[in-house]
Design a protein around this ligand. Structure first.
Ligand SMILES: [Zn+2]
Ligand SMILES: [Zn+2]
Length: 298
């Protein structure tokens, strides 16, 4: 887990984040994802400055192991001076050694956040789910931590004041907010009141706007007027061509269906798996991966 440096904002990793959500549904299945309907409550990972450092860290690690249902996994948490915020040794188990940066001795409130990310590394390691390259794999880890209910702690560790800033993890605050919002929309959970950091709350509301934006793209019926008008123009253009090219800058694309009617494909707003439906007016589709029912006007 990375540490320090200026805080990056916006959505530079959005494509990888979306691919990570799709990969989670594919690897875990809808039913398993649904078992994570409740997020880790703050009370389970709260850590006071007077709590015993080592006992407290073990206790919080244990709560996260229980949350992610890794029954036989045992996390051994240590502290040392290191460049990164935290790291975990991905061995055969059942014991896993997590090292936390010495600075957490003085910033105990964020130990739960750091451990959530490291325990997720173990979870994904056991699943055999990874993305190639360190950067993408860390984005997968942060996205999975958040989507499965513990990443709001990582977002809440983002704090800024006039003289300093701190952030954990590889996603930007807005990207954490986006994944958390995707989760809250899918599970009907509202994390808005959980934040202790005002900056984290703001990032969540921005991410929520972005997540809702995904739900208002054509051909979904919730799309706005401008989007629908653009869609109608792109569709007309596609219908005039034998081999339509994808319209630039839109999430949807048109494909001919071997002599059959034109089809439109677009990402599911929940899991980002691509959906293909015929172009024939009002269509109700159900995403095969996350089971979201999609009202479309194609
Ligand atoms: Zn990591
Ligand atoms: Zn879906």
């Amino acid at each position: 887990m990375a540490n320090g440096g200026p805080v990056e904002h916006g959505y530079p990793h959005l494509e990888t984040v979306r691919a990570a959500v799709t990969a989670l549904y594919k690897r875990l299945s809808y039913d398993t994802v649904r078992t994570f309907a409740s997020s880790v409550p703050l009370a389970d990972v709260a850590f006071g400055d007077t709590d015993d450092l080592h006992l407290g860290a073990q206790r919080v690690a244990r709560e996260l192991v229980l949350h992610f249902r890794l029954p036989d996994a045992r996390m051994i948490v240590g502290f040392r001076e290191m460049e990164h915020a935290a790291s975990v040794e991905l061995a055969a188990g059942p014991e896993y050694f997590i090292e936390l940066n010495d600075r957490f001795r003085r910033h105990r409130r964020d130990i739960g956040a750091a451990l959530a990310h490291e325990v997720m590394h173990v979870y994904l390691h056991r699943l055999g789910l990874s993305f190639p390259g360190t950067r993408d794999n860390e984005i997968l880890t942060d996205t999975a931590t958040t989507y499965l209910g513990a990443g709001w702690l990582l977002l809440d560790a983002f704090r800024e004041d006039a003289t300093s800033s701190q952030k954990l993890g590889y996603l930007t605050p807005e990207e954490f907010g986006y994944v958390l919002a995707k989760r809250s929309l899918a599970f009907g959970e509202d994390p808005a009141t959980w934040f202790t950091s005002p900056q984290a709350y703001t990032a969540y509301t921005r991410g929520l706007d972005r997540a809702r934006h995904d739900e208002r793209q054509p051909p979904l019926t919730a799309a706005g007027w401008a989007g629908r008008r653009r869609y109608a123009k792109d569709r007309r253009h596609a219908q005039e061509q034998a081999a339509p090219s994808a319209p630039a800058g839109t999430p949807y694309s048109f494909t001919p269906d071997d002599g059959g009617p034109l089809r439109v494909s677009f990402p599911c707003p929940t899991c980002h798996q691509r959906i293909r439906v015929p172009v024939r007016g009002r269509v109700r589709a159900r995403c095969g991966l996350c089971r979201t029912v999609l009202e479309c006007d194609t």
